[in-house]
Design a protein around this ligand. Structure first.
Ligand code: PLP
Length: 237
């Protein structure tokens, strides 16, 4: 078995064990394999091991990989699903709208408007998570929690987007109790939006270092990179 296949199996075991520990239904958490900085060959290995959903942070790198995988044989069944999880500049929305299935990092209405306008007519609506800044001053990314309801309202009204939920990247913490406390705040915000009538089904939270805590606090997608593909070799992580 390849190293990537072994790592995938270990990550899936952690997810399954955490679902069980939390008393959650099996397969209530989906694994997004974060392939940024790794080549199409690494993605191919993960595909061969059964993985179908991949996350990318950089537009051009992601689009190149999507194209490379689309040209690869055998054609994976079910088809691959591509999630954009990096910061979005407004002049880079078009390739995201044209090539990806999901975007986890919408934090401004202007970006959402552009993604909706630029989503090609023949494609399904683009699935959207709103990124929330749950760690305050420590993070520059994400909408402030008090602004999320207005942003959700705006996104829910756009024709070519489908609002699915929230995404967060809390400050890295070694301590599981602190990890859980941050994820619990995201979950509370998510439940508040649902109580307001937003039909959300996705909480994108948890990475290699804190996926167990995220699953215990209700994550439905964990975004895992280094635990699957290994350490990344360049600084823009
Ligand atoms: C890189 C990245 C991940 C994966 O991080 P690991 O610690 O390698 O698992 C998850 N989410 C986002 C937004 C990332 O940029």
């Amino acid at each position: 078995m390849s190293r990537i296949a072994q790592n995938l199996q270990a990550v899936i075991s952690t997810i399954v064990a955490s679902e069980h520990e939390a008393g959650r239904a099996p397969q209530s958490v989906r694994l997004l394999a974060v392939s940024k900085t790794f080549g199409a060959d690494a993605v191919q290995e993960a595909v061969a091991a059964g993985q179908r959903a991949f996350g990318e942070n950089y537009v051009q790198e992601g689009v190149d990989k999507i194209r490379a995988l689309a040209a690869a044989t055998p054609v994976p069944d079910p088809a691959l699903e591509w999630h954009f999880i990096g910061p979005i500049q407004s002049n880079k929305t078009r390739p995201i709208a044209e090539h990806f299935d999901w975007v986890h990092t919408v934090e401004r209405e202007k970006i959402a408007l552009r993604l909706s306008e630029q989503r090609p007519a023949g494609l399904a609506p683009l699935n959207i998570c709103l990124q929330v800044n749950i760690s305050g001053e420590a993070s520059k990314s994400g909408a402030a929690p008090e602004d999320v309801a207005a942003l959700a309202q705006a996104v829910a009204g756009l024709p070519n987007l489908r609002l699915r939920g929230l995404m967060a990247i809390p400050e890295p913490e070694e301590d599981v109790a602190k990890q859980r406390a941050a994820f619990r705040r995201v979950r509370a915000l998510y439940e508040a939006l649902r109580a307001q009538g937003f039909a959300l089904d996705t909480l994108s939270m948890g990475m290699s270092g804190d996926m167990r805590a995220a699953v215990l606090e209700g994550a439905t997608i964990v975004r895992v990179g280094s635990a699957i593909f290994g350490a990344r070799s360049y600084a823009a992580q």
